[in-house]
Write a protein that binds this ligand. Structure first.
Ligand code: SF4
Length: 470
């Protein structure tokens, strides 16, 4: 079952990535999918003459909201309550899981349907509900594939991006029956056939389940409205059919007004799926007749992120996944290597801030990047991901061998005479330099080639030849 907690205890990024790059099928699937989305995104973004202005507007709206978060959250609470909804505040994952489990138990139901919500994966809600005897069924197609495959999500927008069609067909054939309606006989790996199998399976689930759990892309403070953008229409079924709707949303998903939404309805679909408009936009305000509505506002480390002057820009993220699709590291290592529901460049800056950097995995994430800057260029809300990566690297505890190496390098570079001496010495000993360094230094050469050491330095050559004249 997919969930945030299942990632805990994973090895650090370099080990995960080293294993992942051996998987040629995974690399092929990822390359094909990310390049397709990347191309579509580039062409629809190029269509808009005011894309740069939209990007700046998105950044400024988010920054303004984050600076005034407390005020807007209280305004949202008031508006949701006035519209007949109930607002719950959750400081961390345990509290959020407890609130949701209690709300479901109060209905007397033991099954819930879910529409894509990264926040619930972040807090491991499915696993927490299972401990209370409640089964959670994912209804987003990609999430369904991940759940049936007992797998982890590997992409923000397309959690099953690492799977190809024939793998999906096998998963449907083997697992659908144990979750509800079985896959049809003779299922092929044609997209239409796979979509139809999922449709029949999910329809039965929608019609028989009375409690739904959703996330939200945005929350509008002035009216208390929640907004979900999706492509399949499953979200709309999930949001409207059940008698009780529980939405679990991170506190940073706030926008002050409806007019602000206009900017993000242009930025998000173009950046995420490369579409001019997303196919389904659902909005709901408080409770409607015949349905109870609960909103669980999730902190889970977000106010700590907000306190960091450089790192807080990660909270602008609208989870479009454009940074993943252009990242050379993500394309080769895949999403699982990041050990978090948030993979890729945004995961490398958000996860260690949300979870802290005490584990080996979280401390390694700020290094899961070449700092090429493609993510910053692609980000529709102009999050300077390389800046935050470097900032977090400064906070992570470096391995002892690296610290000693840096101290030694600092000592040598501090005096020109020392540097010249070191260059002369390395030039003489260059034939004895091994291809692979021993002991703790092997961490460096495990993932890099040692460059050839020249016989003499450039400065030495310049002096000897009088600038190449002799
Ligand atoms: S960091 Fe930017 S590009 Fe990446 S998912 Fe968030 S909004 Fe999209």
């Amino acid at each position: 079952m997919s969930g945030g907690n299942t990632f805990l205890g994973m090895p650090a990024f370099p080990q995960n990535a080293a294993a992942a790059v051996q998987d040629s099928q995974l690399r092929f699937n990822l390359r094909k999918a990310t390049h397709t989305i990347r191309g579509k995104r580039a062409s629809v973004v190029a269509e808009l003459p005011d894309w740069a202005e939209l990007r700046t507007a998105g950044k400024e709206i988010k920054d303004h909201t984050l600076r005034n978060l407390e005020r807007y959250l209280l305004q949202l609470e008031e508006a949701v309550t006035a519209a007949g909804g109930h607002v719950h505040w959750a400081a961390d994952a345990d509290e959020a899981n407890r609130i949701v489990a209690d709300l479901v138990k109060a209905t007397g139901e033991t099954t819930v349907v879910k529409v894509k919500s990264m926040a619930t994966q972040e807090i491991g809600l499915n696993e927490a509900l299972a401990e209370q005897g409640i089964s959670a069924y994912e209804t987003d197609l990609a999430e369904l594939i991940v759940q049936l495959g007992d797998d982890w999500p590997s992409h923000i927008l397309v959690p099953a991006i690492h799977r190809n069609r024939s793998e999906i067909r096998e998963i449907f054939q083997e697992k659908m029956a144990s979750y509800g309606r079985a896959a049809p006989e003779g299922l092929t790996d044609e997209p239409r056939a796979l979509a139809e199998a999922a449709r029949l399976h999910l329809r039965e689930r929608f019609l028989s389940t009375k409690v739904a759990i959703s996330g939200a892309n945005f929350m509008i403070a002035e009216t208390g409205t929640l907004v979900v953008l999706e492509s399949e229409g499953n979200g709309r079924m999930c949001l409207t059919l059940p008698e009780t709707l529980i939405s679990v949303v991170g506190i940073e998903k706030l926008l002050p007004t409806w007019q602000d939404l206009e900017v993000f309805l242009q930025l998000l679909p173009r950046s995420s799926t490369g579409e001019r408009m997303n196919p389904y936009t659902s909005t709901w305000t408080g409770a409607v007749e015949g349905q109870k509505f609960h909103l669980v506002l999730l902190d889970n480390g977000r106010t700590r992120v907000l306190a960091d002057e450089v790192g807080r820009q990660a909270l602008r993220c609208i989870r479009c996944s454009a940074c993943l699709n252009v990242c050379p590291v993500y394309e080769r290592a895949g999403g699982h290597a990041y050990g978090s529901v948030y993979p890729g460049p945004i995961g490398a800056i958000l996860t260690p801030q949300l979870r802290g950097m005490s584990s080996e995995l979280d401390a390694s994430l700020p290094y899961a990047s070449t700092l090429c800057g493609a993510c910053f260029e692609a980000c529709p809300v102009a999050i300077d991901i390389p800046e935050v990566l470097v900032h977090l690297r400064g906070k992570a505890r470096h391995p002892r061998a690296e610290r000693l190496g840096m101290r030694a390098a600092g000592w040598v570079l501090d005096r020109p005479a020392r540097l010249a001496g070191a260059q002369r010495l390395s030039g003489r000993l260059r034939r004895f330099v091994p291809g692979h360094l021993p002991g703790p230094l092997s961490a460096w050469t495990d993932t890099r080639d040692i460059p050839d050491i020249p016989a003499e330095s450039f400065r030495g050559w310049w002096n000897r030849t009088d600038g190449g004249a002799r």
